[in-house]
Design a protein. Structure first.
Length: 613
């Protein structure tokens, strides 16, 4: 009898398990702009369904909490109800027998704290806050707010020039982002509800691979305004602002410390990942706007900054974070063979790259710079390449694809190893990196923190140590000029005006700390708009491309078309681009998976909640 009953339950559990696989998809595709109270309510209801009914706090408390929370969501709760709900949640959290009860209550308490303003608005104002409104997920989560559905549709139709023009409306680096963007736009793609997110970066790459960006004319420049703007730094933030400011009609002068433009895109990303000639296509297109003068090999001092601020109507400081940090451990100071990874990567693929032939190379760090340094070392002929990282593999901040590619190319990942000292020979040359094994511990700031494990130190042979543990900003000359900085990051108000100045603006990595290419581009776009407003204008720009009419959605389940790399046994021996281009058939299928949320989803709302332009 019991066997039959167990079998029936097992069969039901199997079907439930299969059915609830839809839950993670629904959560991962949570639309941006949802009411936080509704999100907390849905989570609480899920927890309440899971109760086993054995303990009173969970069995009876969770339904009561759900009822109180529903009254808040319906804007019918009083401040007293809010406090009653908080008190009851604390009781459930403290007295439930298992995680189903106390984690449900803790999640509610956390939600009430995180979204205190929203809860208060429901209770006191009887409405959601004004910024609660669903938006097109990919466009909202792109830092530059590019109209993704439009350029995906254009690419699918084979209109590559139109796709590039649509991207340029908000991002003048379509090629750069096609190769190196971390594609946050895919994070909550609504297509996840059916199968998998659209390969947005891959589609962008398909477009620029079929039409070079500098072959697509930029929009016509507005009439000259007679105003001048200096841009300090020719990286993604600086050149983005220069592009839009020039289109607006302002005269732009770019001051660049290097002999070529591109910033960290040129001097930190190795050519196998982003060929420098492809970067030139974006740069050429930006300069083709006209009204942009570039002064290369120019180092800014406090005195020259003073002259620039007095000579130009506005100044945008976008110098990035271009200096690498080094190790502060015994034996490291003065040792030969310790190099900031960012410094080495500036020479990747060039004869000036550090000599690694037959040497043991250790890379310290777990981000994309560390992966770039490791994969570059393989191509430079290193005998062994080891990545030493103090956390676990799953805690790495590098893109998962970069980690897997490095492993395929022969890089050894040595996890939970914290640098302890450097061993050198009698002449001061690196011989080995000594690490202290770690164990993973409690979560801090969103990630499990490592602590020293009771294990013996590990000796890793190392002729060269590439340090990829962060980057710093050369802020000293600007601070001497009078700009304020906190740990090297320039202080600014909401309009990006440098603290204490009217006509000096800052943005990008030098204001936020090291981020991504697309975030620097977004910063440059915002700065251009703010500078234009400061100069007394309110220019609008027309990209010259119309948004395609949406075709009916294809709801058939498909596998996602990924951008693949050349075989590791081939690519690790050269500096050529590693990614293989999408075929037309692959790209058309991938573009066809787009659900055109700008038309069929929240983009169809009226009343000004979503602006489609």
């Amino acid at each position: 009898m019991s066997t039959v009953k167990f079998g029936a339950h097992a069969h039901a559990d199997a079907r439930i398990g299969e059915f609830v696989t839809k839950f993670p998809r629904r959560v991962e595709a949570t639309p941006p702009g949802m009411c936080p109270v509704a999100v907390v309510q849905s989570l609480l209801q899920t927890f309440a369904v899971q109760t086993c009914g054995k303990c009173v706090p969970c069995r009876d408390g969770l339904p009561q909490l759900a009822k109180l929370l529903q009254s808040v969501l319906d804007c019918q709760a009083s401040p007293e109800d809010l406090e009653r709900m908080r008190a009851l949640a604390e009781v459930v959290a403290d007295s439930s027998d298992c995680a189903i009860g106390y984690q449900a209550a803790r999640s509610l308490l956390e939600g009430m704290e995180l979204f205190a303003d929203e809860f208060a608005s429901h209770v006191n104002e009887h409405r959601c806050l004004s910024d609660v409104e669903q938006t097109v997920p990919c466009e909202t989560l792109c830092p530059a707010h590019v109209n993704v559905p439009a350029y995906v549709a254009l690419a699918g139709e084979g209109d590559f020039a139109g796709a590039i023009g649509m991207i340029r409306k908000d991002n003048p680096f379509p090629t750069a982002c096609a190769y190196v963007c971390e594609h946050p736009c895919e994070t909550r793609c609504r297509r996840k509800l059916i199968d998998a997110p659209i390969n947005i970066r891959g589609i962008k790459k398909y477009a620029v691979d079929n039409m070079a960006a500098d072959k697509v004319p930029t929009p016509k420049r507005n009439p000259d305004t007679g105003r001048s703007v200096a841009v300090i730094g020719g990286g993604p933030a600086g050149m983005t602002s220069a592009y839009y400011l020039a289109l607006m009609g302002h005269k732009v002068t770019v001051f660049e410390s290097h002999p070529e433009l591109g910033g960290m895109m040129r001097y930190a990303i190795p050519p196998y990942r982003f060929p420098r000639k492809r970067l030139d296509e974006d740069i050429n297109a930006i300069l083709s706007v006209g009204n942009i003068d570039v002064r290369y090999n120019t180092t800014i001092t406090a005195e020259s900054m003073k002259d620039i601020a007095e000579s130009f109507d506005a100044v945008y400081v976008a110098i990035g974070a271009q200096t690498g940090r080094t190790l502060s451990i015994p034996g490291a100071e003065g040792a030969r063979g310790i190099i900031p990874a960012i410094d080495a990567l500036a020479h990747a693929g060039l004869p000036t790259f550090p000599d690694m032939e037959g040497k043991n190379v250790v890379v310290v760090g777990g981000g994309n710079v560390a992966m770039d340094a490791a994969r570059s070392s393989v191509r430079a002929g290193a005998a062994t390449v080891t990545v030493a990282y103090r956390r676990r593999l799953e805690d790495m901040t590098a893109l998962e694809t970069e980690i897997h590619s490095a492993i395929e190319e022969g890089v050894e990942m040595l996890m939970l190893q914290s640098p302890a000292s450097v061993e050198t020979d009698d002449e001061g040359n690196c011989v080995a990196l000594i690490t202290q094994p770690q164990m993973i511990s409690a979560v801090k700031r969103g990630r499990p923190a490592p602590v020293a494990a009771n294990k013996p130190e590990v000796r890793i042979p190392a002729d060269l140590i590439l340090v990829a543990i962060g980057q710093d900003i050369v802020s000293a000359p600007f601070e001497e000029f009078g700009m304020k900085a906190n740990r090297g990051c320039f202080a600014a108000n909401a309009e990006l005006q440098a603290e204490g100045f009217q006509n000096v603006f800052v943005g990008g990595d030098c204001q936020t700390g090291p981020k991504t290419v697309i975030m620097a581009i977004a910063a440059g776009k915002v700065a251009a708009r703010n500078i234009d407003e400061y100069l007394g204008f309110h220019h609008t720009l027309d990209c010259g491309v119309d948004v395609p009419v949406a075709a009916p959605n294809d709801l058939t389940e498909y596998g996602r078309v990924d951008v693949v790399e050349r075989p590791a046994r081939e690519r690790k021996h050269d500096w050529n681009a590693v990614e293989v281009e999408m075929t037309k058939e692959e790209a058309v299928q991938e573009c066809g998976r787009c659900l055109r949320c700008d038309h069929f989803g929240c983009g169809t709302l009226v009343g000004g909640r979503v602006e489609i332009d």
